[in-house]
Write a protein that binds this ligand. Sequence first.
Ligand SMILES: *Cc1c(COP(=O)(O)O)cnc(C)c1O
Length: 419
Amino acid sequence: MTPKIWHPFTQHGLGQDIPEVVRAEGATLYSTDGRAIIDAISSWWVQTHGHCHPKIVSAIQEQSAQLDQIIFAGWTHEPAEKLAKNLSGFLPDTLNHIFFSDSGSTAVEVALKMALGFWHNRGQQRHRILVMDHSYHGDTIGAMSVGARGVFNDAYAPLLFDVGSIPFPESGAEQACLDALTAFCGDQDDPPAALIVEPLILGAGGMKVYAPDMLREMQHICQSHDVLFIADEVMTGWGRTGSVFACEQAGVTPDILCMAKGLTGGVIPLAITAASAPIYDAHFSKDRTKTFFHSSSFTANPIACAAANANLQIWQEEPVQQRIDHIVERHENFAGKLTAHQNVSGIRQCGTILAFEINDSSGNYMSAIGPDLLRFFADRNILLRPLGNTVYIMPPYCISDAQLAAVYRAITDAIVHFA
Ligand SMILES: *Cc1c(COP(=O)(O)O)cnc(C)c1O
């Protein structure tokens, strides 16, 4: 019997249709039943330059014929070395050590282990991780532990480790967030090891936006209490928020930065956890027990590194920033039009991400309107996947004006339809 495919975040009991895609180009997906679908969420927030970009395709082709895979513990290869060198133009100078893994979740696990290893190897008792309410950092046990608790992880709650949660800096209530952080940082009995945050916008938690000033304040508080500052740029990295990394907009340099999704242009899995010299130095020793004990079989896979190098090359050779700026402008324009609708609230934008709520009574992820919206957009050949009643657009940067207009039109229709 053919094994049945079990899809992620999919309730098969609802019996929904699972479309099959055969081909993709730019911002367009082509399904087996002959439809052309606009990918308005960048295939779950990963695609940046659009599907099947020729430079990334050929980099993968060439590399896979040259060197496909090699152990990375104690070995190296040209695509990884080249990537390290090229990244220096994108990362702040202080993040001068990079550690490879395979996904956003593992990049976060690595960051947490680096932070805990830092204190452990220095002989200090600091174990507590601080997090922000509504955060999402991945689906492995460690990443779930530092993320928001709820229906997604109720079944595993007893296994998740304890963290210190600070409130999300809601507009007008920012001080509560800073006060909670200060209190945790000043706790002499249980000094925190690190704070992990999604800079400027919380993705899976509902596209919640906060000001760069807040990010700067939070880092300042951490710094003055020797608490490590971890920026999870898995979603925000590679242009999503309007700058290459979101931290840039706040003038903040984290101690550890996680990136994944857009690192290869969103084509194949690869993640990097970048760390400052003190983190690396705490693990650097003649003593083998101080080694950073983390690896996965495909750490720094050469084909994935080649794809990442092609991504960096595209950033250097093509007007990527202009494309982003153009989307930002178009979104701003559409956001202005959204205000005319009575049943729309919470209109917000962070770079290429535009989000708002369609008012309904429940107002959470399990909101009944969510699946209906998904179907509404699918019927119009647009891939949008609302988070409950939160509708958001996060397009690849190559999306055309006509395609954006079609997305905006479908959204306007939905607002009217569900009023
Ligand atoms: C998607 C995401 C992750 C997890 O990345 P995966 O590659 O899906 O494991 C972690 N952090 C943030 C902020 C994300 O958006």
